[in-house]
Design a protein around this ligand. Structure first.
Ligand code: HEM
Length: 475
């Protein structure tokens, strides 16, 4: 798979577009060279750190230039040339003006991805709801990202299934994520959040992604699986193996990647074998082992559902946790508001999930010819719902580009999807975000972002590789 393309690993598992080279990128971004290019071990350009009460904001010049160039290009190229499923637009955070223009001028937009072929982009909030709630006409069965899975490495998972199989498998795992179970988990999550925060260095820069976001969400995932706690970073590693772009330092070629995933399914098979011979318990593995809907899965389907739970349960919440620190730093007035009125925290959590939109899109496949938004969608066509755009739809959400932590209807967003596949873990995500901030507010009045984050190069997982922060020492 490696060679002419820098290929996203995620393409092979769940789909996702390829990445072009740096020169091609720069051209498409409207610049002579790519200012976002980061050499190995090189930190990105320094930006500012916002603090509660501060009014001014500075951003690195390269970042401003690239965003300005993107806006100009987005409004000057012929609309048929707009192709939003481009990982680089997400790595450089320059996708916004393209979606803005599509929402205004061509909300059901047809384009052709160089690798994955033709697809429709659905960019408005209400259109997304209409597609997402019509699983009869718009199927999840083929794939849930733009790319189709590799023929020789198919990993069925219930997010990419239609009823009745989807419903039965979802029902198997959903009790682990029910409000009653979450109530039981909350004290443990709180204890861990406190321990993580108490161990952070004060007065020196560290990476929030690694030390906090990954640590807490991985611990929670280990508990959901009843996974040996001392091995929990294996979960992080497998998650990274699934999502890291090909060529990323520290990850091997396609063959080595698959070998690691077989190691993952081997490890979990041991747990499965222990649990199938024991009394049923409340962890996800035991639940799957004892349910008629999942106990007959073959190895690839077991791996598929593990991937779903590992990535679904890990990356999304992790990236929102990082996004919350970034958003509050970029909006010091909101940070101040939160510190002065902690009761708005649940609303801040929902606003951050909207603002971040940790999964930028989900894809469906048309089951028949459908007229939609004045366009003729044909049977077999790929239809991509851009949650990242729906969440910025000015006709539904007031002032959608602003981060406002006390909105009137904070849960009005499509970050969790809609319809039968609506995120089954949404309350667990909200719980972890609420608890970490409750514990932060007990300890630190200020967490400063010290540099621009490095963003994940993916039009599917919208998140961060790193976010350098500092907690100032108090006198
Ligand atoms: C902020 C955090 C999260 C976000 C933004 C998120 C987002 C999503 C989205 C967009 C979908 C697909 C919805 C659709 O197709 O309509 C989904 C499904 C799913 N999510 Fe989440 N998720 C998050 C956290 C979690 C957590 C903590 C878990 C726990 C294990 C989880 C497990 C799942 C599963 C299993 C599905 C498949 C549901 C189905 O197909 O019926 N997610 N999530």
């Amino acid at each position: 798979m490696r060679g002419t393309h820098e290929h996203s690993r995620f393409t092979v598992i769940m789909g996702g577009p390829d990445k072009p080279g740096h020169d091609e990128r720069a051209g498409r971004l409207g610049l002579a060279s790519d200012p976002f290019r980061v050499k190995d071990d090189e930190a990105v350009n320094f930006i500012r750190a916002g603090r509660p009460g501060e009014e001014t904001k500075t951003m690195d010049d390269a970042g401003q230039d690239i965003r300005r160039a993107a806006r100009e290009r987005a409004y000057h190229i012929p609309i048929e040339e707009i192709e939003v499923a481009d990982d680089e637009l997400f790595r450089t955070d320059t996708h916004w003006p393209y979606f803005e223009r599509l929402r205004r001028e061509d909300p059901v937009h047809h384009s052709v991805h160089p690798e994955h072929g033709p697809y429709w982009s659905i960019t408005k909030y209400n259109d997304i709801l209409a597609i997402d709630s019509n699983h009869q006409d718009f199927s999840s069965e083929r794939a849930i990202t733009i790319a189709d899975p590799a023929d020789d490495f198919q990993t069925p998972m219930f997010i990419a299934m239609d009823p009745p199989k989807h419903d039965a498998q979802r029902k198997t795992v959903s009790p682990a994520l029910s409000p009653a179970n979450l109530q039981n988990m909350e004290p443990l999550i709180r204890q861990r959040a406190g321990d993580i925060l108490d161990s952070l260095p004060i007065g020196e820069t560290f990476d929030w992604v690694d030390k906090v976001s990954i640590e807490l969400t991985t611990m929670t995932l280990a508990t959901l699986f009843d996974f040996p706690f001392e091995d929990r970073r294996k979960l992080t590693r497998w998650s990274d193996v699934i999502t890291a772009p090909e060529g990323a330092p520290g990850f091997g070629n396609e063959e080595e990647r698959r070998a690691e995933l077989f190691e993952c399914v081997g490890y979990f098979t041991n747990l499965w074998n222990q649990r199938i011979n024991a009394e049923p318990k409340g962890d996800l593995i035991s639940m799957m082992a004892h349910s008629e809907a999942t106990r007959h899965m073959d190895q690839m389907e077991f791996l598929g559902n593990l991937i779903l739970l590992i990535v679904g349960g890990n990356d999304t919440t992790r990236n929102t946790m990082t996004g919350s620190v970034l958003a509050l730093n970029q909006n010091p007035d909101q940070y101040k508001k939160l510190m002065e009125n902690p009761a708005i925290l649940p609303s801040m959590v929902s606003e951050t999930i909207r603002w971040q939109t940790p999964l930028a899109h989900m894809r469906r496949t048309a089951m028949r010819d459908v007229e939609f938004g004045g366009k003729s969608i044909k049977e077999g066509d790929k239809v991509v719902m851009w949650y990242v755009s729906g969440n910025r739809d000015e006709e539904v959400i007031a002032n959608p580009n602003a981060y406002i932590i006390d909105r009137e209807r904070p849960r009005q967003h499509v970050s969790f999807g809609f319809g039968i596949h609506r995120c089954v873990g949404n309350r667990l995500a909200e719980l972890q975000l609420r608890v970490i901030w409750e514990e932060i507010m007990k300890r630190f009045p200020d967490i400063r972002v010290m540099a621009e984050p490095t963003r994940v190069a993916s039009s599917f997982i919208k998140g961060y590789e790193t976010l350098p922060v500092m907690i100032p020492a108090r006198n």
